[in-house]
Design a protein around this ligand. Structure first.
Ligand code: G1P
Length: 297
């Protein structure tokens, strides 16, 4: 199947991050450190791996630090060059988004995820695009978006990352009604945002990685508020589902919710344990904690 290449990704970064206060009082939550780099850099790297060339941030007041992070820091670079710190220089240069590839658009009012994505309409134009929610980290090889891209290249249409969640937690997510799984793939028949467990069509939830067709914008533009009174991306996709195919990909890897304190701690442990250069030290550290606990009990 010939599909139009996905070149652009939208990163909704306008949220307040209230679940992580006071850390997020003046610091954008997307700039909080996961192991040794901000959350947003992790997802930009995931997008680069998947072949994304244009990075679109939907920002809001107080979020300029995010753009700064991907900019060229001339003073820092000259200092590192002068000191011969080539390893650090490589890390700093590797964290840039090249000139002309970073774009921002503002969401003035927090009207919901569907509205945030709609804010990127003019920057996307008439081509398929990816959406990545930066407070959801997926530890996997290849990255989660690359896995979706492989599905998209084969099937076209729209592709969502999905995972199975406990029934009592379905009301936190967009939930999918799917055909029987074929391997890790399933055709999506319907979807609903944050249903009560008794109304949920399954326990397969939408994870924060999407490949969408541009027809979604017209739908989002005319959408009424849904769950929590917000303009929901899931409601827009449910509408588009009447005209276009949607596939769910049960991605390989584990997802961490870095939008709350416990998920954040867990992600820091998991991501550092997954690093060859950090595993042994972090593992020993964890073991010593457990030991102390045993001694205390
Ligand atoms: C958003 C989406 C939801 C999805 C979830 C994944 O919800 O609306 O469909 O399942 O992300 O985390 P939010 O977490 O913004 O409430």
């Amino acid at each position: 199947m010939t599909t139009q290449k996905v070149r652009k990704a939208v990163f909704p970064v306008a949220g307040l991050g209230t679940r992580l206060l006071p850390a997020t009082k003046s610091m954008p939550k997307e700039m909080l450190t996961l192991v040794d780099r901000p959350l947003i850099q992790h997802v930009v790297e995931e997008a680069k791996e998947a072949g994304i060339e244009q990075f679109i941030f939907v920002t809001s007041s107080g979020k300029t630090m995010i753009e700064e992070h991907f900019d060229r820091q001339h003073h820092l670079i000259h200092t590192l060059e002068r000191r011969g710190k080539n390893d650090l220089l490589e890390i700093v240069l590797g964290s840039e988004i090249p000139t002309g590839h970073l774009h921002t658009t503002r969401q003035h009012t927090p009207l919901g995820l569907g509205h945030a994505v709609w804010c990127a309409k003019e920057l996307i134009g008439n081509e398929p695009f990816a959406v990545i929610l930066p407070d959801e980290m997926v530890l996997s090889k290849p990255g989660c978006l690359k896995q979706l891209m492989n599905v998209y290249n084969e099937k076209g249409g729209n592709v969502l990352a999905m995972m199975n969640v406990p029934k009592e937690k379905v009301s936190r997510y967009g939930i999918l009604d799917i055909d029987p799984l074929e391997g890790r793939l399933a055709k999506i028949n319907a979807m609903v945002e944050k249903p009560e467990p008794e109304d949920a069509p399954s326990t397969y939830s939408i994870t924060g990685r999407y490949i969408l067709q541009p027809e979604i914008f017209e739908i989002l533009e005319n959408l009424e508020g849904g769950a929590n009174g917000e303009i929901q991306l899931t409601d827009g996709m449910a509408e588009l589902l009447k005209e276009q195919s949607f596939y769910g990909c049960l991605f390989q890897g584990k997802r961490y919710d870095c939008g709350n304190k416990f998920g954040f701690i867990e992600a820091n442990l998991a991501f550092s344990l997954a690093r060859d250069d950090m595993h042994d030290e972090v593992y020993a550290m964890l073991k010593s904690f457990v030991k102390t606990d045993v001694l205390l009990s």
